[in-house]
Design a binder for this molecule. Structure first.
Ligand SMILES: *Cc1c(COP(=O)(O)O)cnc(C)c1O
Length: 491
């Protein structure tokens, strides 16, 4: 049976269930399945399949030690009426391109796709008496989706850290109203990268692991966990299937995907789909002003020694895109020694340099552009005025990059991944659509934008107003370890 290995040491070998349980490898590498191209999906058979059918096929291939029953149950219970669209991720024609709407889950952002399924899979991963505390650093959407997905899961706790002042009103209210018996929420003094770096340290803390004993483990719900990453492969196939069923392409035709990118999980899942046989011409990465990856595409230097910007697309305010390591692994011919070296350079100097061959190999499948805050607002405004379609700021970032890379003479369809409901980031959307900055509260803005555009806001967001919330805890970075220890011992 195929086993997972580490991006930093090819001698590591373990089944998918253990890889999900651990989150990432003890050598700090990420778990990867070697030679994904060996597990293709037949694109000639896609037509007529449901989202759930495709999900089962993808999971059966990439999580081979789960039984068919475990996969079926997990998929069917994750993708049900908690999504407000029967297609789960509907594809809509807008102007000369397509939008793949990934925000129909319970927290109205694309992270629900992974984080509704991961907790279901986790139930089949834990041995008798094993308990696990899931740790998550969030720039907003992961935290809400993780709290929602894991709340009240048996033998599991969920602890979420978010940067104080770094998430939107809607995100914070969502997190503060989850009310599971096993959920913990803390705002921290620092930015997302600080929180993520500390969470990684805590997960690697051998001393802490000893203090917690054999039966309590720590794991992660960030997209470094394969149990969250792999569900995201599904919607690429499903988008393609919808184009076939709508008569826009025939099986075998190429398509482009443009993906608003932060931690590189979403777009990497697209690359996995390509390795599994999806006819993808190009995967286009869209960054905001934190454009480390866009610069990397210029000269092969990944350099995070630069100012950190808080942008209007906060879920992409990231300088260390964790999943980029997985791309380097596959593109270097699975050269774990090289990855070890590059990641050690990144940790010690904040940068690494790849050679021209590796950069060229990456550019065969990927391109990258970026978008400023001003442009984000312009894009939301322009697309709405031109077509009546309303986008959130992250999606708008992607739209700018779709335009940058559009080739007028090409008939390859462009699919833009829409990662959040516009109502989740209402301040920016209000300003872009109404043409003014306003001091009225978020609910009034939502109602005004609904009236103006006729685009209805998700019930799950409207219900947040007036809801009772709990106070979160507030910590410094240095207090996170003890906090985790205390909460894990209470499991
Ligand atoms: C998380 C997120 C992204 C970035 O996705 P990655 O997988 O981290 O690259 C983009 N947009 C929104 C709304 C998100 O929540």
């Amino acid at each position: 049976m195929p086993q997972y290995t580490s991006t930093r040491n090819h001698q590591v070998a373990l089944p998918a269930k253990r890889a999900i349980f651990q989150g990432f490898s003890k050598d700090k590498g990420l778990f990867v399945l070697p030679e994904i191209q060996k597990y293709p999906l037949d694109i000639n058979q896609l037509s007529g399949l449901s989202y759930q059918d495709i999900a089962k096929q993808v999971l059966t291939r990439l999580l081979p030690d789960f039984t068919q029953d475990e996969i079926n149950q997990s998929v069917d219970s994750a993708y049900d009426q908690t999504f407000d669209s029967p297609e789960i991720a509907p594809l809509k024609a807008v102007d000369s391109f397509y939008v793949l709407e990934l925000f129909h889950g319970p927290t109205s952002a694309f992270k629900d796709v992974g984080l509704q399924l991961l907790p279901k899979l986790m139930q089949y991963v834990l041995d008798d008496q094993e308990k696990v505390m899931i740790l998550t650093a969030t720039s907003g959407d992961t935290g809400t989706a993780a709290l929602n997905g894991f709340k009240d899961n048996a033998n599991t706790g969920i602890t979420v850290f978010y940067p104080n002042g770094g998430v939107s009103f809607v995100q914070e209210t969502q997190m503060r109203s989850t009310f599971g018996h096993n959920t913990n929420l803390a705002s921290i003094e620092g930015n997302f990268d600080d929180a993520q770096t500390k969470v990684k340290q805590i997960l690697n803390d051998a001393q802490l692991s000893q203090e917690l004993g054999d039966k309590i483990s720590l794991s992660s719900a960030n997209s470094i966990n394969i149990g969250r990453l792999i569900p995201q492969v599904v919607y690429y196939f499903n988008a393609y299937k919808q184009l076939i069923d709508q008569g826009k392409i025939k099986a075998g035709d190429k398509v482009n995907f443009t993906v608003p990118t932060g931690n590189f999980g979403d777009v990497l899942a697209g690359y996995y789909a390509k390795l599994m046989g999806l006819p993808v011409n190009r995967l286009i990465i869209a960054c905001n002003e934190n454009n480390v990856i866009a610069d990397f595409f210029e000269n092969g230097e990944y350099n995070r020694n630069r100012p950190f910007f808080k942008t209007v697309a906060p879920s992409m305010d990231i300088q260390i895109s964790s999943n980029f390591e997985r791309l380097l692994y596959y593109k270097s011919g699975e050269d774990t020694e090289l990855i070890q070296q590059l990641m050690s350079d990144l940790e010690t100097t904040g940068q690494f340099q790849v050679d021209a061959d590796l950069l060229a190999a990456i550019k065969q499948d990927f391109a990258c552009g970026f978008c400023t805050d001003e442009e984000i607002k312009e894009m939301i405004h322009d697309l709405y005025e031109e077509t009546g379609y309303l986008m959130d700021p992250h999606t708008a970032c992607g739209y700018k990059v779709v335009r940058d890379f559009e080739e007028p003479d090409s008939d390859i369809p462009n699919i833009l991944l829409s990662t959040a409901s516009p109502y989740k980031f209402i301040d920016t959307v209000y300003e872009a659509v109404m043409g003014e900055v306003s001091e009225v509260d978020a609910m009034q803005k939502i109602m005004a934008v609904e009236r103006q555009t006729g685009f209805t806001a998700p019930d799950a967001i409207k219900e947040l107003f007036g809801i009772q919330t709990t106070e979160q805890d507030s910590l410094s970075i240095n207090e996170m370890r003890d906090y985790v220890k205390t909460k894990a011992k209470e499991l």
